[in-house]
Design a protein around this ligand. Sequence first.
Ligand code: PEP
Ligand code: MG
Length: 562
Amino acid sequence: MSQARVISGVGVGRGAVVGPVARAHPVPVVSAAAPAPSDPEEAATRLTEVFSQVAASLQARADAASGTLKDVLSATALMASDPALGSQAVERVRGGTDPALAVWQVAGEFIEMFTAVGGYMAERATDLASVRDRVVAALMGLPEPGVPALERPSVVVAEDLSPADTAVLDLDNVLGIVIEKGGPTSHTAIIAGQLGLPCVVRAGEASALVDGDVVAVDAAHGTVTVDPDDAVVAAVVARREALAALGEDTGDGATADGHGVQLLANIGTAADAERLTDAAVQGVGLFRTEVLFLDAQTAPAQDEQAANYGRALAALGGRKVVIRTLDAGADKPLAFVTQPGEENPALGVRGYRLVRTAPELLTTQLAAIAQAQASTGGRPWVMAPMIATVGEAADFAAAAREAGLDTVGVMIEVPAIALRARDVLAVVDFVSIGTNDLAQYTMATDRLRGELVDLLDMWQPAILDLVAGTAEVGAEVGKPVGVCGESAADPIMALVLTGMGVTSLSMSPASIPAVRFALRQHTMETCQAMAQAARSAPSAAEARAAALAHVEPHVRDVLALD
Ligand code: PEP
Ligand code: MG
């Protein structure tokens, strides 16, 4: 290693961990202009061998895995040994096509065909793409794309991870995640937070890390220390112990003087909900239902959806569960609805706007939620993402009530609607502020562009104003105003939001103990003073510093807030 010993990035969460690096590798790029093989027969033989090697290695990984990972790997191994794909590619190589290009082309045609057939076949398109990428990488002499099989607990380092990569992480062996690109509200960061894994994003210099390097990942400070000395390792151990001790308080969220603030979890799957059955959370504040269907090639049927929602409601056993309708598009593309050719997908047909192009998706989903409500006796709250007008909020509320759902809300994540919070709260029962998108749209800054992370900072005065304005209206009209963006997980911000009048904070479950602890140590009056101080500051950095100045010293210490 020749670069500086401490790599800086942006931390997600407060955790820390030490472990060896396991690098994930990107999908290879195949040139359409690749020259013909000099000996097509030899190239064809080699291609057949590569297919068998890939199938064998996938099967070996599947045999060693369990759960979802095992299922995914077995299905992919089966696909790699399918004779149709291999023989058609070999045929093209014999005809003079470069082997990697031949695999790319044939797999592409199969993927198109599978997708067109729909149903079970369409589901297999992802496995096929995975086989294609592995075979092509082997042919080009590149490492296997995606996260490698982890033989020991490791820190996964990647340029970026796709939603599909994160879905199959071998959680028993992932200690932490370091991403060179991305931002703190990117998909990988959110999933890492969800899993309680210490994560540092935007760590550009991590590109020099190689398998086996030992690193200390400190999410609270956004640093990755290469080859840490004893003092750094001791600090990591101390932080882990301090954070673990916070888990002993399992009470409801409340300030030191007993002002209640609900502490809720963000989830993406029914399995996430099942992990909460015995957890000290007051419910789910955001069920990102699109996560259930990231791999789906066709729209999920009502019964399949109802089964997932029902599992979540049952797992939470009567606690509050806020189900968000599909937020497909932009950073969360779903194959069955994503609009092709949008130049600015974040500003396009995404979230609630899909009602314009595929209204049946919303109707089916609301019916599925109502079905889950009926079968479990739970009382789901339901909300729509990406609402921009009061008319949309009213239409959504009418559709949800018509479906038999009676606690209906919308997300406040578009500035236009934050500015009209009073009108919105007249037509819905609650709102939930999505600060990830609210920051993106207020600051006109792509939430996936890590290099603009300073603009996306939730402490930006304009964002604070929009949140405070919404919370004030909620308090006035007596309706709940939650925050479910990543900012709720920042203990200092959580105090500020409480001071503004926010009634619930929803975050990755792993972040809850630190926020609960911070709340317990400060009165409502202090929280209000913090909100006031932050809002009087002219810049994001000054706003945070002004709020931090009110935080109790031992809270700063335990949570490494400086
Ligand atoms: C948000 O935008 O803050 C939010 C909670 O939704 P998502 O991150 O899923 O877009
Ligand atoms: Mg959002």
